[in-house]
Write a protein that binds this ligand. Sequence first.
Ligand code: GDP
Ligand code: MG
Length: 437
Amino acid sequence: NLSERLERSFKILKGEGKITEINVAETLKDVRRALLDADVNYKVAKNFTDTVKTKALGMNVLTAVKPGQLMVKIVHDELAKLMGGEATELHLSGKPSIILMSGLQGSGKTTFSGKLANMLKTKQHKNPMLVACDVYRPAAIEQLKVVGAQVGVPVYAEDENKNVNEIALHAIQEAKAKGHDVVIVDTAGRLAVDESMMREIASLKDAIHPDETLFVVDSMTGQDAVNTAKEFNDRLDFDGVVLTKLDGDTRGGAALSIRTVVTKPIKFIGTGEKMEAIDVFHPERMADRILGMGDVVSLVERAQEQFDEEEAKRLQKKIQKNKFDFDDFLKQIEQIKKMGNLKELASMIPGVGKAIKDVDIDDNAFNGIEAIIRSMTPQERTHPEVLNQSRKMRIAKGSGTSIQEVNRLVKQFDQTRKMMKMVTGNQAMSMMARMKD
Ligand code: GDP
Ligand code: MG
C-alpha cells in the first residue's frame, strides 16, 4: 500500500531532528519504490522524485526547523501538481451538450453514465437523457435502462437498429424535441483494445461532435490502465478521464501516471457501485489520500449534503427531552444508508481506513435492526417501555429474527438513548453507526 510505504519513509524523516543529504536521498529512493509498487509508471516516478529532490534542496530542507514536515508538504504539493493541480469542470456549452463515454468493457461506463446523469440532474439542475449505444448485448441496453430508472433519467434506445451513429443522431433529435440539455452516450467496450471497437467509437465521435469525450478506466487495473488510456487518447483525443473503482483502499497510482502520460485531466472518480458514489476529482485531496491523511474534506462534504440540518435540530430536541424513539432511530438508519457505502465512508477517516480494511461492514448491516423496528407497532416504537416478553416474541417472529436479537436491540437502544442525551445530533448519528455491531 502506497500510503503505508510513504508513511514509513516519512517517519524516518520525522523521527530525526536533522536530515542529512544522505537520508533525503534514501527517503526519495523509498518514495520512488513505493510509487512503482503502486503502479506508477517508472518514468513518472523518477521525474517525480527528481523534482522533489530539487525542491527540497532549494527550500533548504536540511536546515529547516521541521524538515520532515517540510518534506511531506513538498511531496504532497508535487503529487497534487502531478495530478493536475486543480479540479477541472465539464465544458457543457452545446444545445444539447453531448457527453460521449469511452473505455473497455467492465471499466464502469454504464454505471458512470447513470452517476453522471444523476449528478447533473440533482446538483446542476440539468435535464439529461441517456443513450444506449452498446447494441451488441441486449443485456447492456437493459442495464442502462435499469440505471436510468434508478436515477429517474430517460433512456433512449432502439432495439432493432444496430448502427450506433444513427441511434445517437436520432437520440440527439429526440433530446432537442423534448428539451433535454445534456445527452450522455453510453457505448460498447471490448475486453481489450481492438481495431473494430476503436473504429466504431472514433466514427461515432465524428458523427456527433461531443462537447466532452470521457475515457472511463478501472483504477484497479494498474499499469494496464495507463496503456489503455494512451491507446484511446491517440485515437480519440478525449477530453478527460474518469477513474472508477477507487473505493476504500484502492491504489491511486493509476491517477498519477495517467495524467502525465496522456496530459488530460482526471475529471471524476467513482467510489462504489451506488449511483451516489461519484466525486469530482480534486488533485489536492487525492494527494492527501495517497499520503494517507484521509480524504476528510470529501467525507465532511458528503455527510453535510446528506444530513438534513432541520432534521438534525428536530432530533436534537427530541434527544434532549429524552423522547428519541424507534421511529427516529429508523429515520437515522435511512440517513446513514443514504450517505453511501459505510465502509467507504469510514475509510476516509484518518486512522480508521487501515483499521477497518478487513472488517466486513456492508449496507446490509442494518437489515436485522430495520426488520425488527418495522415489526413493532406504532405504540411500541414511540413507547419502547411497553415492550414485554410476549411483544418481543411477536416482533422476533414477525421480523424473522430471534428473541435474543430483539432483546439486544432494545438494550442497545436504551443505552444509546441514555448516552445521546449528552451529545449533539451529529455525534448521535455517528454513535448509531457504531450500534449495529
Ligand atoms: P461497462 O462495461 O464499462 O459499462 O461497466 P459497468 O458500468 O457495467 O460496470 C462493470 C462493473 O463494475 C459493475 O459490476 C459495476 O457495478 C462495477 N462498478 C462500476 N463503477 C464502480 C465503482 O466506482 N466502484 C465499484 N466498486 N464498482 C464499480
Ligand atoms: Mg456498459
